[in-house]
Design a protein around this ligand. Structure first.
Ligand code: PLP
Length: 402
């Protein structure tokens, strides 16, 4: 029996059934490549949902991680540690935000943002106790905690998990007229992704962020962006909101590539007035901001900056998107994206994106469908033109022969 089949059986027997992975069992990774237990090599077009923007097992991050692992890993926040201040300074300066609060998973950083937003609403804006409303975008993805799924538009994400958390209002993504109409005296914030990643690589109308920011400022509500997937060079700029001039959110949520794929690291960044609502005891996490996470995050950011992965993402993204748009196939409805966050939406007649992902896998490309009919292409940002050419030949073949 193949080694992977034995592992699949173990997984089926002991593991919760909350995922539906492709039938490939990975054992090794380097840069844009991963290898399965049988030694077959694949180009990773998912990058762990953009957590490994720096490439698998990036040696510079590994070095920083190993060095810190041998020195000090966890102190809890009951004491100071000598790595966290370096992480604070590095990320706040890069993001041009006053302050930050480190957490572990993306969902925890979103929860942190929601707590900060609400408390700002009560203590600074003066909203009546327990009446705060947060406006969010339809078709959003912000994580999987009970409060976060409470404002998801996906039926399955919430079905069976009630009672849900109150206090959220949905507007169509990208619709600033709807934003304006949804505001009440109790509104404390507008929370959105700049481009919807899990939602299907949905790009809003030009000027959406700038206009939303203006509406927020005019109405004294916080403008908060979840850049967990779009941030850290994925879309061809350090943050997706930098695609629009003059956009400066009041709160910014990061995760995924902040870890380079080594260790969960996330953060909520905000202007001082917002972050200062937290007092000792209001919020915390045993692992958040530990020295190992901090050292890894600093190294992960250094790689993005020193290797100019924003520039490579933009250049390779434009090149790849042009190639994808040149495919002549009745199955393709639209190719869209920014930088190396690219979605290929299929027509109804295509029979779903899953079978394309399975065919691509046979050709040595790992992709994952998002929703029923969208294939996401989001390789590590260290990809080269030669690798894209290699991959494109195979993608073209799959569309011709499927
Ligand atoms: C992945 C993601 C999250 C959740 O992050 P986890 O680390 O899985 O909790 C939140 N927001 C966005 C936009 C994401 O893409």
């Amino acid at each position: 029996m193949k080694k992977s089949n034995k592992l699949f059986e173990m997984e089926k027997k002991y593991g919760a059934n909350n995922y539906h992975p492709l039938d490939v069992c990975l054992a090794k990774g380097k840069g844009i490549w991963v290898w399965d237990t049988e030694g077959k090599k694949y180009l990773d077009f998912l990058s762990s949902y953009s957590a490994v923007n720096q490439g698998h097992c990036n040696p510079k991050i590994a070095q920083a991680a190993i060095k810190q692992m041998k020195k000090l890993t966890l102190t809890s926040r009951a004491f100071h540690n000598d790595q966290l201040p370096l992480f604070y300074e590095k990320l706040c300066k890069l993001a041009k935000m006053d302050k930050m609060l480190p957490m572990n998973s993306g969902a925890e950083a979103v929860e942190t943002a929601l707590k900060a937003i609400r408390k700002w609403g009560y203590t600074v804006k003066g909203v009546e106790k327990d009446k705060a409303e947060i406006i969010v975008s339809k078709n959003n993805f912000h994580g999987r905690t009970i409060t976060i799924i409470s404002f998801s538009s996906e039926f399955q994400y919430k079905d069976g998990f009630g009672p849900l958390t109150q206090g959220f209002v949905e507007i169509p993504f990208g619709d600033t007229d709807a934003l304006e109409k949804a505001i009440t005296p109790n509104t404390v914030a507008f929370l959105t992704e700049p481009i919807q990643g899990e939602g299907g690589i949905i790009i809003p109308p030009d000027g959406f962020l700038k206009r939303a920011q203006e509406i927020c400022r005019k109405n004294n509500i916080l403008f908060v962006l979840d850049e967990i997937q779009t941030g850290l060079c994925r879309t061809g700029k350090l943050f997706a909101h930098l695609w629009e001039e003059g956009v400066k959110p009041d709160g910014l949520i990061l995760g995924k590539a902040l870890s380079g794929g080594y260790y969960p690291v996330s953060a909520f960044l905000a202007k001082k007035e917002v972050m200062d609502v937290f007092k000792p005891g209001d919020h915390g996490s045993t692992f958040g901001g530990n020295p190992l996470a901090s050292a890894i995050a600093v190294a992960s950011l250094d790689v993005l900056i020193k290797e100019k992965l924003d520039k490579n993402s933009l250049k390779m993204g434009n090149y790849f998107m042009k190639l994808l748009k040149s495919i002549k196939s009745d199955y393709i409805k639209e190719v869209r994206g920014r930088g190396l966050l690219i979605g290929v939406e299929l027509n109804e007649n295509a029979g779903g994106a899953r079978r394309f992902c399975e065919a691509l896998m046979k050709e040595g490309l790992l992709c994952k469908e998002t929703h029923e009919n969208i294939i996401r292409f989001a390789p590590p940002l260290v990809i080269t033109k030669k690798d894209i050419d290699w991959a494109f030949k195979r993608i073209e073949k799959v569309f011709k022969t499927i």
